[in-house]
Ligand binder design. Structure first.
Ligand code: SF4
Length: 68
């Protein structure tokens, strides 16, 4: 999976960072999301999905690889 972050929508709430700090961080300038690992391994998929769902502004989305 690949994570896509729309920093224009991010309100810097930091929920994603709290949920999964290995993958998400926040910019020191404006607090918007920074992806530390935009293509996390499948072993982290469940945690990544949870973090994406927690985002209050809908700034995060997931792109799943095509089957096969
Ligand atoms: S949870 Fe959403 S709004 Fe908050 S920092 Fe992460 S991407 Fe931005």
């Amino acid at each position: 999976m690949r994570i896509v972050a729309d920093t224009g929508r991010c309100i810097g709430a930091g929920m994603c960072v709290l949920a999964l700090g290995e993958v998400f961080d926040q910019s020191e300038d404006d607090g918007t999301v920074v992806l530390l690992d935009p293509e996390p391994p499948a072993s982290k998929a469940a945690e990544v999905r949870r973090a994406v769902q927690l985002c209050p502004s809908g700034a995060l989305s997931l792109v799943e690889p095509p089957p096969g």
